[in-house]
Design a protein around this ligand. Sequence first.
Ligand code: PHE
Length: 453
Amino acid sequence: MSNTTQTETSKGGFGSRLGFILAAAGSAVGLGNIWRFPYLAAKYGGGMFLLVYLIFAVTFGFALMITEIAIGRKTGKSVIGAYFAMDKRFAPLGWLAAAIPVVILPYYCVIGGWVLKYLTEFVTGNGKSTAGGGEFFNDFISSPVAPIVFFAVFIALTAVVVMLGVQKGIEKVSKILMPVLLLLIIGIGIYTLTLPGAIDGLIYYVKPDLSEFSIKTVIAAMGQLFYSMSLAMGIMITYGSYMRKTDSIETSVRQIEIFDTIVAFLSGLIIVPSVFVFSGGNKDALNAGPKLMFVTLPNVFESMTGGQIAGAVFFLLVALAALTSSISLMETVVSIICERFGLKRLTSCLIVIAFSFVLGLLSVFGYSIWSDFTIFKMQILDFFDFVSNNIMMPIVALLTCILIGFVVKTRFVENEIELNEKFRSKGLYRVMIKYICPVCMVVILISSLFISL
Ligand code: PHE
């Protein structure tokens, strides 16, 4: 196994630690932070959910992320090559992990297209048209051509960055977009808190409500963390393989987690109080699932002074967050194709664009011409989402913990971390990977299959 600095190889890599952190944070910060986290927090006990989430972030999330980044950096390989390099018997696990971004990328870009559509409406001064009881959203996703156009634009934006390469594309773009994203979110966060009545919503959001605490809070927080940190789909392995040998993994992981959690927390600070004000304190309005972003929020913007601008800034924020996540998904698939078939980055990108477009069309058609067609009572897009997040990802994470904890042993990861510093949380790490994480993964798997949250 080569221990050379990745930046010295033809594969290329991140040129700085900041670049690495912002790119990984760009992957982690996505629709999950801005839309999913706030409504889960509101649903499962406000401050209580925040607290449980934070505890998981610094234990469970920390251990899984550090594992993936160390595997990537140590093997210097894309996800399939990395599992093969660790233990040949686990090569199929590499394939399974590699299949996840292949499934997610197309439908993630479809949703990214929806966000672009809303952004366009708000930027062109038509934000009002998106308000109402969901007619705008339904008309848009069921129309034959428009969703395909916006989906294609979103894939194209993603592909341009990936084609430019790790340092000139991903790193450069992340260094610009991530600080912009943080500024935007702080800006609208402050604005929404000045709205009349917002403070009640804020209190509801941050105050722990013990009566709402249940095992479901724990399961929901665990599932959300896992998704939010982009774990178990080869992304952090891929980005880890581009990390410089001289940079600290442990500190970087802490910083990525802090970034991701701050954005999730601030998103809640925007969404919970504003929906609260709009609905006159009815917390069920927060429970709208995916509709929250595309149906409830446009109504909120419609009702607030300056809502047209706030809406435009908000959808810009969501679009940027989704873009940096889809970049990481595409990069993961492109790196596999480059490595396995010895193809150039550009050729691999073109292949990935072609099949993502075709697969994404299935999701688009699932809402338009094939809307009667369902799989296990799910729309095509929901089905892809369910299979990848609720089944494939917990399996990959579970088997990865077993591989690291009991086959190659935690030394494999520890040595990589100790290349440049003392591994401060080694004790915690061992217990997490060998015992707690596998149990958590089994719980997630069972709960997502049998209990609907
Ligand atoms: N971590 C992203 C989020 O919070 C989700 C994501 C999933 C990103 C899959 C990339 C790939 O939204």
